[in-house]
Design a protein around this ligand. Structure first.
Ligand code: PLP
Length: 369
C-alpha cells in the first residue's frame, strides 16, 4: 500500500497541518558537477588544511562520544569580541532562528519583519502560532525605514526581526536604525540575522552591551563555506543565552562542525581574501555585465544578486541546460527575477558566456526582434 498522500488520522495541531515543508529549488536533482548559484553557498570546498583537520579528528579521536563546546564558544567569542558566555553554538543559523522564534512567539503573539524576508522566519513563526506583521519592501527593494518604524510603534510586537542584509532582496539595513528601534522597545527582543556579515562587515554585536535586547544570529554556511556541516551561533547577553540554551537539544551541534569551525576561524585570513576578491572584483564585473546589457539587476549587499531577464522562465531553464543552477523568485514583488550567488571567477565567466550566447540567440532584451 502506498502511504503519504492523504490526511493523517493523527491529531496534529492546526499550525503543523497548515505549514508547508521547506523544499529548496532544484530539490531532488543531483547538483554535483553543476555550477550551483541557487543557494547562496560559497563556491569552493574547504581548504585542504581544514579537510585534514576533519580527517585527523575522525581518525584520532573518533565520533563515538557526544560533542562538547567550550573551545568553540571561546573561539567564537574571540572572533566576535565578546566573552564566551555570550555565545550559543547552533545547528546552522536556521536553528538560531527556530530557538528565538519559539522562545518569544507564543500563539497570538506577533513578529515584525520587512517582507519578503528569509523564508524560515515566516515558517517558524507560523509553526509557533504567531502572526507576522510584514512591512513590504518597495519595488526598488530599499529598506522601508519609515514604515518599519511606524509598524513597530503601532503594533507593539513580541519580536522584531532584521535580516541584514536580507535574503532574497539583498537589502542592507543601517545599523544605526536597528539601534534606534532596539532603544525604542527595550523590553522587546530584536533579532538580527547577520548570515552574510562577513561580506558586509556591518554588525550590531558591539551594541549588545548597551542594548541587551539585541540578539544576533550568524552562520558558517556562507563565507566560511560550511553549509553542509551546519554550524551557526547566537550572540546575546548571558541572560538571554541561558534561556535559549534550554530550547536547543544538548548535542545539536555535531563534533565535526566544531572541528571545522575552529580550523576555519584559525584561517580567517583565507576567508577574508576570498570575500575581498568576490566583493571587490567579481561582483562589480558580474553586475556590470548585466547592466551593460540593459538587464535589471539588484546587486544587494551580499554575495548574491537578483536579475530580471526579459524571459525569466526560458532563461532559468536554458542556464540549467548549460549546467548552471539559479533560483527562481516566487514572491510577487520579485516576480520575473532569479537570484544567483557569486561563484568562482571561472564559474562567473561561464555564466556570462552562456548568458551572452542565450541573449544573442533570442532570449533577452538586447536581441533584435
Ligand atoms: C538570511 C539567512 N539567514 C539564515 C540562513 C540559514 O543559514 P544556515 O545554513 O546557517 O542555517 C540563510 C541561508 O540561506 C540566510 O540567507
Amino acid at each position: 500500500m502506498t502511504r503519504g498522500t492523504g490526511d493523517s488520522a493523527l491529531n496534529f495541531p492546526a499550525a503543523v497541518l497548515d505549514a508547508k515543508p521547506y523544499v529548496p529549488d532544484w530539490a531532488g536533482q543531483d547538483r554535483r558537477g553543476l555550477i550551483r548559484l541557487d543557494r547562496n553557498e560559497a563556491p569552493g570546498p574547504l581548504s585542504p588544511a581544514v579537510a585534514d583537520a576533519l580527517c585527523a579528528y575522525v581518525r584520532d579521536e573518533g565520533v563515538h562520544s557526544y560533542p562538547e563546546y567550550p573551545r568553540l564558544a571561546t573561539a567564537l567569542g574571540e572572533y566576535c569580541g565578546v566573552p564566551a558566555t555570550w555565545i550559543l553554538p547552533t545547528n546552522g543559523s536556521d536553528q538560531g532562528i527556530d530557538l528565538c522564534v519559539r522562545a518569544f512567539l507564543r500563539p497570538g503573539a506577533s513578529m515584525v519583519v520587512a517582507r519578503p524576508e528569509f523564508v524560515i522566519f515566516g515558517h517558524t513563526a507560523g509553526l509557533a502560532g504567531g502572526s507576522v506583521v510584514g512591512v513590504p519592501y518597495p519595488s526598488d527593494l530599499r529598506y522601508p525605514y519609515q514604515e518599519f518604524r511606524a509598524a513597530v510603534a503601532a503594533r507593539k510586537p513580541d519580536l522584531v526581526v532584521f535580516v541584514n542584509p536580507n535574503n532574497p532582496t539583498g537589502t542592507p539595513v543601517d545599523v544605526e536604525f536597528i539601534a534606534e528601534i532596539a532603544r525604542s522597545v527595550p523590553d522587546v527582543p530584536v533579532l538580527v540575522d547577520e548570515a552574510y556579515y562577513e561580506f558586509t562587515g556591518a554588525t550590531v554585536v558591539p551594541l549588545i552591551q548597551e542594548l541587551p535586547n539585541l540578539i544576533v544570529l550568524r552562520t558558517f554556511s556562507k563565507a566560511f563555506a560550511m553549509a553542509g556541516l551546519r554550524l551557526g551561533y547566537v550572540v546575546a547577553v548571558p541572560e538571554v543565552v541561558e534561556q535559549l540554551v534550554k530550547l536547543r537539544n544538548p548535542f545539536d551541534v555535531n563534533a565535526l562542525a566544531q572541528v571545522a569551525g575552529l580550523a576555519q576561524l584559525a584561517r580567517r585570513d583565507e576567508m577574508r581574501a576570498m570575500v575581498e576578491e568576490m566583493m571587490g572584483d567579481i561582483k562589480p564585473e558580474v553586475v556590470g555585465f548585466f547592466q551593460d546589457r540593459g538587464v535589471v539587476v539588484h546587486p544587494g549587499a551580499a554575495n548574491f544578486l537578483l536579475v530580471r531577464p526579459e524571459q525569466p522562465e526560458e532563461t532559468v531553464a536554458a542556464l540549467r541546460e548549460a549546467g548552471i543552477l539559479v533560483r527562481t523568485m516566487t514572491h510577487p514583488l520579485l516576480a520575473g527575477m532569479f537570484r544567483m550567488n557569486l561563484g568562482t571567477r571561472e564559474e562567473m565567466t561561464k555564466l556570462m558566456n552562456v548568458y551572452r550566447d542565450l541573449t544573442n540567440t533570442g532570449l533577452g532584451p538586447e536581441t533584435e526582434r
